[in-house]
Design a protein. Structure first.
Lengths: 330, 330
DNA sequence: TTGTACGCGTTATCAT
DNA sequence: ATGATAACGCGTACAA
C-alpha cells in the first residue's frame, strides 16, 4: 500500500509538504497542493491509521460495548451514540459483551490497547473491568447501568420509579397477585426494577411475596422457565411485570402455550417498546425507555469530557414512559 | 500511560527482553520473565496498539459493516461472525452503514485506514465502495449481497428460490392475487426476491402484474405506505410476500389498521424468522434465513483468506427454509 | 540468554 | 512556503 513518501516522490515534494497539503495545514502553495492531491489520488493513497495514531497520540474512534446486540434496546442506544459521535467526526465501533464479564473485560482491554478516544459501556458488574478502567485515563461513560465501585459519567433510567408505576398500574387495573421477572441479581437495572416492583406493591397495599419473583438472565429462555415455574404454582400470579423485551418474548410464548390470554387471564407489562409490541392481540403494555436519547446523551457526555477533561463526573437520569395497551385490560 | 521502556527500567532489563517476555517469544530466563511480568502488572502496562500494529504491519481486528443494526437478521449475522472471529483470536468491530452508500464508503475507508485484517460487508451497491476496495489488498467478504462489479468471497442466500417457494406456497393455499413488497430496486436481495416471486407466479400459472408490486426501502414506514397503496386499490391483493422482518412490522400494522386478519382475509409471508413472529395471532409464516450461519461461514471464509491469500474467491449460497404458520391459512 | 539499534509511517519542530 | 529530521512505542535482526 502506498505510503506518504511514495506520494511525496511522485509529486516531487517532501513528505512534510504532503502531510500539510493533505491535512489542510498552514499555507501550502496551491500548485504544489494540487500536485500532491493528484499524486495521492493516482496512488490510491490512504494514510496509515496506526502510524498516524501513534504519532498524534490520539484517535477519532469511540468504542461502545453493549451487553446484547440482539436486544433492540441496546441497538437503539447504539444509534443514538452513533449519530452524535458521527456528527462530531468520530467513528463508532460496537462490541458485544453478551453480558459475559470476561468478554466485557476483553473488549475493554482491546479498546484501551487501541487507544480509542473514549469508551461507552453498559457494565455487567465485573469489577475487573472497573479496575482496568481505573488504571487508565481513557474517559468512560456508563450507559444504562453504573460502573461498580467507581464514579464516572453515567446515563441511567429511573428504573425503580418506572417499575413502581408499572406495578401500580397493574394494581389499579384490578390485578391482585402481581409477579415479577426482574432479571439477574447483581445487575443494577434488575435490582432496581425489583425494588420498584416492591414499592408498587407496598403503595397498592398488596402483599409482597418472594414466591412471586423469579430471577433469570435477560434472555427468552430464562424468562420461559421463570414464567412456567410461577404459573405452575397452585396459587399462580394474575399479572406479570417483565424486565425487558427479550424476556417478554419468552413469557408471552409460555402464556400462549398455557392458553392464557394477556389482559383477560393475566396482566402483562414489559420493559421496552419494541416495534412488534403493537402487533400482538392484545397489544402489549410497555415501559418505554428513551433508548435512543440515552445513547445520544451518553455520547454527548463523552464528547464533553474529551474537550473538558477536568470537570467532575455527572449522572443523568432519564425517565421512562408507561404506554398502556391491551395486555393490562381485562 | 506506561510504555515498554518504563517496564524495562522497573524490571532492570532491556525493552527487548520485556517484549520477548510478554509475548512468550524465544527463551527468556524465568526469573527475569517473572520480574518483567511483575513490573508490567505494577505499572498497569498495556501495549500500545497503534505502535504494535505499525511495527507488525497487521492487526487482529475484523470489521463488519452491516446495513441496519436494528434488524435482527443482521445482528444474528454479527453473532455468527463474532463467535468464529473470537475463537480465532480476532476482535470484531461492528459498523452501521444504515444502508446509506456514503456511510458505507466512510466506514470502509476507516477500516482500511486502521489497517484491519479484513472486512465483512453487506454492500449497499455503492460502486465507490467497490473501487475503494479494489485499490487495496485488504481481504473482503460480502455477506447477504455481492459486491457490485467485483468478485470476492461471498456468502449469499438463494433468495430467488426462497421467494419462489414462498409464492408457490401462497398459491397452493388458494391465494390468487399475490402482491409483493420486495424492497428497494438496485439491491440484489430485493431484485432476486422479486424475480423469485415472478417465477412463482409463473409456475402457479397466476397472472403476473406489476400493479401488485411496490418497492420501498427496507423499513417499516416504506412498507406501510406500500401496503396501504396496494390495499386501497379497487382490486387489492389477497396475499402479500414481504421482503424482511422490519417491513413486516409495517405491513402487519397496516393490516390491523384496515381490520384485515392475516390468513383469513389476506395471506402473509415475510422473510426472516424473528422471535416475535410466533407470538402473533395467527403466527406469521416466514422464510427463515440461516443468518447466524451466514455470518459464521463468512467469517470462516475471511479467516481462510487471511491464511491462504492466493486462492480464488468462492461464493457460498445457503438455503432458506419456509416455516409455515397461521398467516397463510385461511 | 540478553542488549543495542533500526525501522514501521506519520506529524511536528526547526531551519532555511 | 518548504524541506530535513526527530519522535511516537513497539518488535526483531544482529551482536555480544
Amino acid at each position: 500500500m502506498a505510503t506518504i513518501s511514495d506520494v511525496a516522490t511522485l509529486a516531487g515534494v517532501s513528505t512534510a509538504t504532503v502531510s500539510r497539503a493533505l491535512n489542510g495545514k498552514a499555507t501550502v502553495d496551491p500548485e504544489l497542493s494540487a500536485r500532491v492531491v493528484a499524486a495521492a489520488e493516482e496512488l490510491g493513497y490512504r494514510p496509515n491509521g496506526p502510524a498516524r495514531n501513534l504519532r498524534k497520540q490520539e484517535t477519532a474512534v469511540l468504542a461502545l460495548i453493549i451487553s446484547d446486540v440482539e436486544n433492540p434496546f441496546f441497538t437503539a442506544i447504539a444509534r443514538g451514540v452513533e449519530d452524535v459521535a458521527h456528527a462530531a467526526g468520530y467513528s463508532l465501533v460496537l462490541c458485544n459483551s453478551d453480558d459475559e464479564p470476561d468478554k466485557e473485560r476483553e473488549y475493554v482491554d482491546v479498546a484501551l490497547q487501541e487507544r480509542v478516544a473514549g469508551v461507552l459501556l453498559s457494565p455487567t458488574g465485573n469489577t475487573d473491568t472497573t479496575e482496568l478502567l481505573d488504571r487508565n485515563t481513557t474517559p468512560v461513560v456508563a450507559v444504562d447501568r453504573p460502573l461498580p465501585e467507581r464514579t464516572s459519567d453515567t446515563v441511567l433510567l429511573d428504573n425503580r420509579l418506572a417499575a413502581e408505576e408499572a406495578t401500580l398500574h397493574l394494581a389499579r387495573r384490578g390485578y391482585r397477585r402481581i409477579g415479577c421477572l426482574p432479571g439477574p441479581s447483581g445487575i443494577l437495572t434488575a435490582d432496581e426494577r425489583l425494588a420498584g416492583y416492591r414499592d408498587g406493591l407496598r403503595s397498592a397495599e398488596l402483599p409482597g411475596s418472594t414466591t412471586l419473583v423469579r430471577r433469570s438472565r435477560f434472555k427468552a429462555e430464562g424468562a420461559r422457565q421463570s414464567a412456567r415455574s410461577l404459573l405452575d404454582r397452585p396459587d399462580p400470579p394474575d399479572a406479570l411485570l417483565v424486565a425487558n423485551n427479550v424476556m417478554a418474548v419468552g413469557v408471552l410464548q409460555t402464556l400462549a402455550d398455557l392458553g392464557l390470554r394477556p389482559g383477560r387471564d393475566i396482566g402483562v407489562v414489559a420493559f421496552d417498546d419494541a416495534p412488534w409490541t403493537t402487533l400482538l392481540d392484545p397489544p402489549l403494555t410497555v415501559v418505554a425507555q428513551p433508548a435512543y436519547d440515552m445513547g445520544a446523551v451518553a455520547a454527548q457526555l463523552l464528547l464533553d469530557r474529551l474537550t473538558a477533561p477536568g470537570e467532575p463526573p455527572t449522572t443523568q437520569t432519564l425517565s421512562a414512559k408507561l404506554v398502556v395497551r391491551g395486555s393490562t385490560t381485562r
